[in-house]
Unconditional design. Structure first.
Length: 121
């Protein structure tokens, strides 16, 4: 992650809060879990924010890209983009882990979900 969390929060927290209000209809309060930049093949960098809503306890992966059809610039990452991102992470992990471990990686895909309790299995 480049830049400090404080700089990122000062610059983007208002817009992220507005996006969460539009997504959830709650007050938009959130905890910033992680932030950085996603790079795509042939595309530029897009800032991302992994946030936990304090109102619903859901975790959202948001990306920043201006959209003329929305009043806010932060959007939940779409299912297809999330699957592609998770597959890229799995490939990176497979390079560093043993081949046996890479075959056992299982991903559950959801653009935003409530964290599961460690007791629920």
């Amino acid at each position: 992650m480049l830049g400090s969390t404080n700089d990122f929060a000062l610059r983007h927290s208002g817009e992220i809060r507005e996006a969460l209000i539009m997504i959830e209809g709650e007050d938009g309060a959130f905890e910033l879990l992680a932030h950085g930049w996603l790079t795509g093949e042939g595309a530029g960098e897009e800032p991302f924010a992994l946030v936990r809503s304090l109102g619903t306890d859901r975790v959202h992966l948001l990306v920043h890209h201006p959209d003329l059809h929305h009043v806010y610039s932060w959007h939940r990452i779409g299912r297809d983009a999330l699957v592609a991102l998770q597959n890229r992470v799995a490939r990176l992990r497979a390079r560093t882990d043993s081949p046996e471990g890479a075959e056992q990686i299982r991903w559950r895909v959801s653009a935003s979900e409530k964290p599961r309790s460690p007791m629920a299995k």
